[in-house]
Design a protein around this ligand. Structure first.
Ligand code: PLP
Length: 517
């Protein structure tokens, strides 16, 4: 496919303007000189139809959940109902200005309030913030809450325990929050080595980050014991809820002993999240951590648990302003008769983590999805996702040895290690899958010796039919045969895509940000 610059023909235009009635205006008279470009920009000269065809062709080269099966492990690429997009695009939401007075956006606040109540019920936590923009951002929020909790006790702690199987964001966000990372080993079952944990946990350790099911797709069956070990030394247990899809309606992290959880609303609660967003990493805490949450939270007007304020700019009020607001209590009294919901700012808050109120459109979609699924079907979501993953594993394990040969939860971890002898890497297997029309699964994650190497992590989600899974499985089996009989076919795959195998590091190492002829 040609670049749009290569389609450029001198003098061709894609616009027409009305005959001007104002005479010529010199740019120098309208734009300050510092903002004026010195050189003429090299813009493509193309017609309207050229532009439309160019970008439509590019869009058709894209692969998404609406195009086909997207088994990317650890990402929960489930179907996103289109009705939720319609709801999130309603004028009342789209045109609500983030600086609006909260009295004028009561409906939006009600959605945030109700969504929090639903998430409280799903997780078993006492209070949630909807501000963080992603799972990783939720982790940073949660670890900052942990840090502040210990500082507030007057006994700061400096270490965070993280399993060797953890998602890379766990150590990254803990380090950003100022913690030193202590790695706890996995055992031959793919779960946390309890003895190793017992040895590592001490009174300078803030706690532990854990995902369950873990990144090997295995349920941490010792979670209650893990919670006891952490709590005995006064620590806090953090739940990375990216894998909640497997537990929805079955187990609540709050009941399993977790003090803090983050949920990836864009994963479990169905929002398109390819290419980096938008997302929401809602963070829930137990009662003892509520006052550290970032603001604003949404409360009912009668709820005086936390200091409440009305601030037209959506910023935290200064202490002076808080006092003056107390004096306006008569006016507030009047307000609260008309307004049911108001923003709240916890007293010992870690502070704001994001501008305004988070990615509101994601909240609307998650809210609509939860209400449409309902209580009984929520459990079915988890059960179907677990059955689908186990079906894929059972049919493929003869060809791709599992990292752990046991039942998995909502995703399975296979390996391509047996094909190394044929000169085939797991990367080659993933690339070849594109020739069969599938998005490759996650590869080389999780990766830790000696159990998990050359990994292929498949998360089918509950959205997929048996027929789709069978087509995928057949393609994987064919590739396994090709690897033995015709490895060359895999080594320079993909063959059928517009772009063949690219140097995946080159664009980052040598970015070309400017077009030059
Ligand atoms: C996806 C994921 C994260 C990070 O979430 P983002 O929303 O991508 O920032 C963290 N942990 C696990 C286990 C994940 O799968």
């Amino acid at each position: 496919m040609k670049l749009i610059y290569e389609k450029s023909v001198k003098g061709r235009v894609g616009y027409s303007l009305a005959k001007d009635n104002f005479g010529e205006i010199r740019l120098e008279e309208c734009i300050p000189s510092y903002a004026l470009s010195k050189e003429k920009k090299a813009l493509p000269e193309v017609s309207e139809v050229d532009v439309v065809r160019h970008f439509t062709a590019l869009a058709k080269m894209n692969y998404g959940i609406d195009t086909g099966f997207y088994p990317l492990g650890s990402c929960t690429m489930k179907y996103n109902p289109k009705i939720n997009e319609r709801l999130a695009s309603l004028d009342r939401f789209v045109y609500a200005h983030p600086l609006s007075d909260e009295r004028n956006v009561q409906g939006s606040l009600e959605i945030m309030y109700d969504l929090e109540q639903l998430l409280k019920e799903i997780t078993g936590m006492d209070r949630l913030t909807l501000s963080p923009a992603a799972g990783a951002h939720g982790e940073l929020t949660g670890t900052l809450i942990m840090r502040k909790y210990f500082e507030d006790l007057g006994r700061p702690r400096h270490k965070m325990i993280i399993p060797d199987s953890a998602h890379g964001t766990n150590p990254a966000s803990s380090a950003m929050a100022g913690f030193n990372i202590v790695e706890v080993k996995s055992n031959e079952n793919g779960t946390v080595d309890i003895e190793d944990l017992r040895r590592l946990m001490d009174e300078d350790t803030a706690g532990m980050m854990l995902t369950n099911p873990n990144t090997a797709g295995i349920f941490e069956e010792n979670v209650v014991e893990i919670a006891r070990i952490i709590h005995e030394k006064g620590g806090l247990l953090y739940y990375d809820g990216a894998n909640l899809n497997a537990l929805l309606g079955i187990v609540r992290p709050g009941d399993a002993g977790f003090d803090i959880v983050h949920l990836n609303l864009h994963k479990t609660f169905s929002t398109p999240h390819g290419a980096g967003g938008p997302g929401v990493g809602a963070v829930g805490v137990k009662k003892h951590l509520e006052e550290f949450l970032p603001g604003p939270l949404v409360g009912k007007c009668s709820n005086n648990l936390l200091k409440k304020s009305v601030d037209h700019k959506g910023l935290e009020p200064t202490p002076e302003k808080r006092d003056s607001q107390k004096n306006e209590s008569a006016e507030k009294e009047h307000d609260s008769q008309n307004s049911k919901y108001a923003f709240e700012y916890p007293t010992k808050s870690i502070g704001r983590v994001r501008a305004f109120y988070g990615n509101f459109s994601v909240l609307v979609k998650a809210y609509a999805w939860i209400l449409s699924i309902g209580r009984e079907q929520a459990r079915e979501v988890a059960e179907m996702s677990i059955i689908n993953a186990n079906y894929v594993m059972a049919r493929l394990k003869k060809y791709y040895r599992p990292a752990y040969d046991r039942f998995c939860m909502h995703e399975c971890v296979l390996t391509g290690r047996d094909y190394k002898g044929y000169g085939i890497k797991t990367l080659d297997i993933a690339k070849r899958l594109m020739d069969y029309g599938f998005h490759p699964p996650t590869i080389y994650f999780p990766h830790f010796e000696p159990y998990a190497q050359e990994t292929i992590m498949i998360e089918p989600t509950e959205s997929e039919s048996k027929e789709t899974l069978d087509e995928f499985i057949e393609a994987m089996i064919k590739i396994a045969e090709e690897a033995k009989k015709n490895p060359g076919l895999l080594k320079d795959a993909p063959h059928a895509t517009a772009v063949r195998r690219c140097n995946e590091a080159k664009a980052a190492l040598e970015p070309i940000l400017k077009y030059t002829k």
